[in-house]
Ligand binder design. Structure first.
Ligand SMILES: [Fe+2]
Ligand SMILES: [Fe+2]
Length: 318
């Protein structure tokens, strides 16, 4: 029997990432492999194998100049981040303590692998030749490929591969990596919407998946800690260390650089952006790089706090 696509995975009915990831509750039992086949593969992704409606094409203003630089840097970085996430998730699949969480992480692994693919392939639509794609992804993601992604990957590998620490890996993914990166994705969807609608759809689809990753991840963390209360102090310390590591990385500089390029594009193409509002009552054309970055940072803090409170780990914030 097929089920209707659940609201949280329905292309037209799903809540936005922030609202969905903050307020929904989904369990690993609910979001098993069967759920994913119907809700994601036959639901969210239906008719969008490349992450967007195939009729959407990329306009000439995106193919060169500041908009090209901004999106190429962003998507190359995110494609590599998703690739690294896919690879480390294999250790959560391997070390999952039960079938429900094993199935869930197997689906998340494929989701991240797909995100990596659609971000990478969008560079083809932006005019990067196919034979140069792999190298172009590396080049556009520099220098943050080494300064941001490698230390994060290293830490994930220590926890998930070397120490085979399941709950540590769950918390790293949910709080430090996705909790922090998800709001940047929300910003991306909103700012590219009038300029590159295919990209905005790619972001929207990834955001729908992210709602599931964040809510189920937090549920798995909360249940695990209820059953293993002795692990709490160790996990709190781990989150604090993870947040400190994050703060030491040049992620701020990276986002700011991209926003500055984006701003140059806005100045050049005011006509395309028109009166489009990035959030209610605020026209994109009137925003500044700092304002956009500060807003994403605020979302990120709110999301992290909410997830930690939900898992009973708010102590990590003090
Ligand atoms: Fe992802
Ligand atoms: Fe994710």
């Amino acid at each position: 029997m097929t089920m209707p696509v659940p609201r949280e995975a329905d292309w037209d009915l799903a809540p936005g990432l922030l609202e969905g990831a903050m307020d929904l509750e989904l369990t690993a039992e609910q979001c098993d492999l069967r759920y994913w086949l119907q809700a994601a593969v036959q639901g969210t992704l239906r008719g969008r194998p490349d992450g967007h409606d195939p009729r959407l094409t990329v306009g000439p203003h995106m193919l060169r100049g500041p908009f090209f630089d901004a999106i190429a840097q962003e998507y190359a970085f995110r494609s590599l981040a998703e690739e690294k996430a896919t690879r480390v998730l294999s250790f959560l699949v391997a070390n999952a303590p039960d079938v429900a969480s094993m199935e869930f992480y197997a689906t998340q692994l494929l989701d991240e692998c797909r995100h990596s693919m659609v971000f990478r392939n969008h560079l083809l639509a932006l005019g990067v030749p196919a034979q140069r794609l792999t190298q172009a992804v590396q080049d556009f993601a520099d220098p943050y490929r080494t300064s941001v992604l490698e230390p994060l990957e290293q830490r994930c590998l220590e926890v998930m591969r070397d120490e085979r620490d399941f709950i540590g890996g769950v918390v790293m993914m949910t709080v430090i990596l996705e909790g922090a990166l998800a709001p940047a994705a929300e910003l991306s969807e909103r700012k590219w919407r009038p300029l590159d609608p295919a990209a905005a759809e790619i972001d929207k689809g990834a955001g729908i998946d992210e709602i599931r990753h964040l809510t189920v991840g937090a549920w798995i963390g909360r249940e695990y800690l209820r059953e293993h209360p002795g692990e709490r102090d160790r996990v709190v310390k781990m989150i604090r260390d993870g947040m400190r590591l994050w703060d030491e990385l040049p992620t701020h500089q990276m986002v700011y650089d991209r926003e500055v390029r984006f701003q140059e594009g806005l100045e050049l193409h005011r006509d395309i952006v028109g009166d489009y509002e990035i959030w209610p009552g605020r026209r994109l054309i009137d925003t500044t790089p700092k304002e956009r970055q500060d807003t994403a940072d605020r979302w990120s803090d709110e999301m992290k706090t909410k997830r930690l409170v939900y898992m009973g780990l708010e102590e990590a914030l003090r």
